[in-house]
Design a protein around this ligand. Structure first.
Ligand code: ADP
Ligand code: MG
Length: 698
């Protein structure tokens, strides 16, 4: 059988080692298979010819039929360019090249009829077509037959002469050489059950659509294929785990839980928290390993649920650990948990990448003997050097960065398999949850602790600073505190820091009567801690910060959140930030400050924030606006979500269908051992075996 993933693109005509290296580096294309799955991002109708007299700068890519009248080289040095006067009898338009001038004048002749294809561009008052594609009229059948695919290319690819057209040619050569011998990726019974077209047919039509109808069918087939295997993988992983792993049983609710619950719990649990605790307890007593996703909006009280679950583990003589994505967050969890447990005799430790060696040498043995009962930390917790005496529960907070694969790694930490509770503060749209966490059971905290007033969200332009200062002064004089948050991203780190520092100086001048704190990632931990502490204890009224306060910080008296340059934040991030206020009894405000110039998309984002406080609704909108690739955290969530064609925002129905079919297949043949499912078993292995070692759990 032809193994497309083993055949290098260098076998294709015109692709040498240099081009192959660029393809690999820029687009991760090495094999025939990689190339086939490099899909066009759009198609352009090349059945229609424009007339030169109709051309204007607003048109998209167009094609013209006519002759080059003459070539001229104009300009000097960097602005040197080649201009061809091109005419079809209705007018004359300039074709312009800035690179490869010699190649063009050698290859094309004045007076010969050509088809040219390009994007008309306004250049001062003139319109020209820069770097058009040119084809001889005899080739018109090949180039003008319907829709032409467009492929993404990078600057480096273009420099190596790999533009969209070159990729199109490669695809054409590849598809012709395969001559319908492409191995099918779906078993025949699934093809007939679903009525999908075959893979070769889909591939031909996704690259060179015969018609819009066939293009639709090709898309559907390829999206289904992609989502089907993701679901099959997730469901099978979950199924294997359920059947092969025995869960630790926590039979009793004991001293620690009861003491805390009856004596030290500072408030009544909300109904939702109680319900979720019941679900968790049921899992932990079932004899199956718990794998549960706990979703709850910011401020819904997940940390407390986590703590109660950990106390249950400790009651049953097991250890528990809680893993956060960053050291700051881990530190904050430690503080929260220590303050809840301050009157109880229970050993808690913090372990992160920056835990000092001496401390490490103290903690690790105590974890190994079981003396330390609860460990809070970061990824450092799942390193090989950390051996638990009896790990019974793993809690993963703000999980996005833990994909199916990393969770799988937890299973091997110990011979007994701990229960796993994954907590997310960013509500995840259903489609995304099904894809990232389709192997987990789901609990939802859909109720905020009582007494919280909805936060008022306002959008203000940054030329209205005086009003903003007036508002802040008024609120602070009422006894409240305020956060002022500034964006910070790697690309503009320097100016971002400068901006924060300058504003800090400005605020101290504007508000001489108040104390202003500042925290950011470049400060020493001790310094940061001190500034934070000033705000937490109420000594300072204003906290100016980069996004470090995004998650975790809890100051109920802070009732104003000002987000500067709000246009630079994603929706989920804005929602997270807003969740820092509205924790006390006072009316809270979130003020989104932006410049006047905003794109339509940004305006929509801000509108959603102003109108909605529902995390799920916001997450759905975020997915729609930005696509899953850009969603907070999904980039790090691992290879599992490198979707090539499916779109989680738009393809919810296909996803649900793919999941249903995958469920049916596994019901009939849980181990995928039948001959009928051989294709599926092989495909699954090829796609995921590098990531999950199924041997681990058998
Ligand atoms: P999350 O982690 O879900 O964003 P937290 O666990 O940080 O939320 O809880 C937010 C705040 O609400 C904390 O101050 C916490 O102590 C408080 N809280 C949690 N549960 C309750 C409850 N049942 N009643 C009152 N306050 C609560
Ligand atoms: Mg939290």
């Amino acid at each position: 059988m032809l193994e497309l993933d083993k055949r290098s693109v260098t076998y294709l005509p015109g692709v040498g080692t240099r081009k192959a290296a660029v393809l690999k580096k820029e687009a991760n294309i090495a094999s025939y298979e990689d190339l086939l799955y490099y899909f066009p991002y759009k198609y352009i109708d090349r059945t229609h010819f424009y007339k030169v007299c109709e051309v204007n700068g607003d048109l998209p890519y167009i094609q013209l039929k006519g002759r080059i009248l003459q070539f001229d080289t104009v300009g000097e040095g960097r602005s040197k360019r080649l201009v061809a006067k091109f005419s079809d009898g209705t007018g004359v338009i300039d074709l312009v090249w800035f690179k490869g001038l010699q190649y063009i004048t050698d290859k094309y002749r004045p007076g010969v009829e050509y088809i040219i294809f390009g994007k008309p561009t306004e250049f001062g008052r003139l319109i020209n077509i820069p770097h058009p594609e040119i084809d001889a009229i005899e080739q018109s059948d090949q180039v003008t037959g319907g829709m032409v695919p467009f492929y993404n290319t990078t600057e480096a690819m273009k420099k190596a002469f790999i533009h969209s057209r070159a990729i199109q040619d490669m695809q054409y050569a590849l598809l012709s050489s395969l001559n319908w011998e492409m191995p099918e990726t779906l078993p025949p019974h699934i093809l007939s059950r679903t009525g999908m077209i075959s893979l070769p047919e889909a591939m031909r039509n996704i690259h060179f659509p015969q018609s819009t109808e066939m293009l639709q069918k090709a898309r559907l087939r390829l999206k289904f294929d992609e989502l089907f295997y993701i679901q099959l993988n997730i469901l099978r992983t979950a199924d294997l785990r359920k059947r092969k792993l025995r869960g630790i049983v926590f039979p009793k609710v004991g001293h620690y839980f009861n003491t805390f619950y009856s004596k030290y719990l500072p408030f009544e649990l909300t109904g939702a928290q109680k319900r979720v605790m019941h679900e968790i307890r049921a899992d932990m007593g079932s004899g199956r390993q718990m794998n549960r996703l706990l979703q709850g909006d910011v401020g819904s009280g997940k940390t407390l649920v986590a703590l109660l679950a950990m106390l249950l583990a400790v009651d049953n003589n097991y250890q528990a650990c809680m893993m956060a994505p960053t050291e700051i967050l881990a530190g904050q969890h430690l503080v929260t948990i220590l303050s809840f447990l301050k009157d109880m005799d229970i050993k808690v430790a913090l372990l992160t990448g920056s835990t000092k060696k001496k401390e490490r040498n103290r903690i690790l043995p105590a974890i190994a003997t079981g003396e330390i009962q609860i460990v809070i930390g970061t990824h450092a917790l799942i390193e090989k050097t950390v051996a638990f005496a009896s790990l019974g529960l793993v809690i993963i907070d703000e999980q996005h960065r833990f994909g199916v694969e990393q969770r799988a790694r937890l299973w091997t930490k110990d011979s007994t398999v701990p229960h796993v509770l994954v907590m997310t503060a960013t509500p995840i749209p259903r489609t995304l949850a099904m894809t990232l966490y389709g192997d987990l059971d789901v609990s939802v905290i859909d109720e905020l602790p009582p007494g919280r007033k909805p936060i008022k969200t306002l959008h203000r332009y940054d030329n209205k600073k005086a009003e903003l200062y007036g508002f802040l002064r008024k609120e602070i004089n009422l006894g409240r505190q305020a956060y002022i948050v500034y964006p910070l991203i790697e690309e503009s780190e320097k100016t971002d820091y400068k901006n924060l520092e300058e504003n800090y100086a400005l605020f101290k001048e504007v508000f001489p009567e108040f104390s202003v704190s500042m925290v950011h990632g470049r400060m020493k931990p001790a310094e940061k801690e001190e500034e934070m502490q000033k705000f937490v204890s109420g000594k300072s009224q204003i906290l100016m910060a980069t996004t470090v306060i995004e998650v975790g910080v809890n100051v109920p008296n802070a009732s104003v959140m000002v987000i500067e340059s709000a246009e630079r934040f994603g929706l989920s991030q804005l929602h997270q930030l807003r969740g820092r206020v509205g924790r006390g009894a006072e009316q809270s405000y979130c003020i989104l400050v932006t410049s006047y110039k905003l794109s339509n998309e940004t305006r929509k984002r801000l509108e959603i924030m102003v109108n909605s406080s529902d995390g799920f609704e916001i997450a759905e909108a975020d997915l729609r606006l930005r696509g899953h690739g850009d969603l907070e955290g999904t980039r790090q969530s691992g290879e599992g979500l490198d979707l090539k064609i499916a779109d989680l925002a738009a393809d919810g129905q296909i996803l649900q269908y793919a999941r249903t079919i995958a469920q049916k297949v596994l019901e009939e043949d849980p181990e995928l051992l039948s001959e009928a499912n051989r294709t599926a078993a092989e495909r699954l292995k090829a796609l995921f075996s590098r990531k999950i070692n199924f041997g681990m759990i058998s």
